[in-house]
Design a protein around this ligand. Structure first.
Ligand code: PLP
Length: 400
């Protein structure tokens, strides 16, 4: 006997994975150069050279027993201090290591946070604002919580505050945001964050308990030009940050990130220990020790987003000129566009895949039907070669 729900999760590949597998198969038939796979969000720029230097330095200078040994569950003091100091210098905060719990990336950070905030009796609601990372549903379900989806604001990809206000009730444990956003590439403005803070303060008072704001920030450093990502805990006291180095340092396979529980959070120590307990209950022992050394050494590195920015501009300008309606990307590495000519997003995805070997993900699983995500974390040359096909697709659809 096995758990039916766990079996179902393991047995059903995500739509994104399915597309990726299709692309691999197609590449064998028609040649990799003829398949334009924009399905996955795997960083395409290599980790900065300083990461490799920090790895070799750690391996030569620190005793192997220490490098490969366990650290404490929350992480090494040095790494937690480095993260706290980095945040303090950038955002004028006063964090210490006691606010930082190091995890194996943002996914486990979110899983631990949701379980920590969920009522043991079940019934806690977690509000997710569309469009959203599809795994949130799985993570919230794992915590025994219920995801409540707020429909997208497809004009600006900010927040539909009327819909959000309607969704909040006495069972709301937390609201989850992700900016820069996967899949829209949009950053929430300071105005949006201020309105969100005001609403959550009012609703926390109304329902007599804090409504937490969980800020999922794997793309915080990946923004273009003068776009600023407001540091959410400076606007709302009950903010918990889930961060990852997967995208900012191009280290997704190394599994390193953290949960930040600021002292401004109500009963901060209790919340922090609940995050620790929740991580423990899911088998967290510690994040990779070698990577903790690397992060300690590289915490102040600023990623070079030039390639992503070039790809974003190229795509946005070209697709808009062809007649696609696109969300203007502020960061991350995703372009989100509307299925043109009245067809549905899955129909568009199938058509682009079958006829043109262009792989883009329908927005249905992101809670945004009719839109599609194109991951442009690929070489610029791939984008240039794909543009004629993206034009042919829309021209073809216009003729239909
Ligand atoms: N949150 C969002 C919005 C993501 O896009 C991803 C990964 O793509 C994650 C969380 C998980 O990231 P990590 O690799 O740090 O677990």
């Amino acid at each position: 006997m096995v758990s039916k729900s766990m079996y179902a999760l393991g047995a059903q590949p995500s739509g994104i994975r399915e597309l990726f597998e299709f692309g691999r198969q197609r590449a064998k038939e028609v040649g990799a150069e003829n398949v334009f796979d924009f399905s996955l969000g795997n960083p395409s720029i290599p980790a900065p050279g300083m990461v490799a230097e920090a790895i070799s330095k750690t391996l030569t200078e620190v005793s192997p027993v220490a490098v490969h040994g366990y650290t404490s569950a929350a992480g090494s003091d040095a790494c937690r201090d480095a993260i706290a100091e980095n945040l303090n210098s950038r955002y004028s905060t006063g964090y210490t290591r006691n606010n930082v719990f190091i995890t194996c990336g943002a996914a486990p950070a979110l899983v631990a946070t949701f379980r920590a905030l969920a009522d043991d009796d079940g019934g806690s609601e977690f509000i997710v604002i569309a469009p959203f990372f599809p795994e949130y549903r799985v993570f919230i379900g794992n915590a025994g919580g219920k995801p409540v989806i707020v429909p997208p604001d497809t004009d600006r990809f900010q927040i539909d505050f009327n819909a959000l206000e309607t969704a909040i009730n006495e069972r709301t444990a937390a609201v989850l945001i992700n900016s820069p956003n996967n899949p829209s590439g949009v950053v929430y403005t300071e105005g949006t964050i201020k309105m969100l803070a005001k609403l959550l303060e009012e609703k926390s008072r109304e329902f007599g308990h804090p409504i937490f704001l969980v800020s999922d920030e794997p793309y915080r450093e990946l923004v273009y030009g003068d776009v600023q990502v407001p540091f959410v805990p400076n606007y709302y006291d009950n903010t918990i940050v889930c961060y990852s180095f997967s995208k900012s340092l191009s280290l997704p396979g190394e599994r390193i990130g953290y949960v930040l529980v600021p002292d401004s959070v109500e009963d901060a120590r209790t919340v922090f220990l609940a995050v620790a307990g929740s991580a423990r209950s899911m088998g967290h022992v510690c994040a990779p020790s070698l990577m903790q050394h690397v992060i300690t050494a590289c915490i102040n590195l600023v990623p070079d987003v030039a390639v992503y920015q070039r790809n974003a501009n190229l795509l946005y300008d070209a697709l808009t000129s062809y007649g696609y309606n696109c969300a203007k990307p502020d960061g991350a590495f995703y372009l989100f566009f509307e299925a043109p000519c009245g067809i549905s997003a899955p129909e568009f995805s199938d058509f682009a895949k079958e006829r043109y070997n262009v792989l883009v993900v329908p927005g249905d699983s992101f809670g945004c039907p009719n839109w599609l995500r194109l991951s442009y974390c690929v070489e610029t040359e791939r984008i240039k070669n794909a543009l004629p096909r993206l034009k042919q697709i829309i021209d073809h659809l216009k003729e239909k």
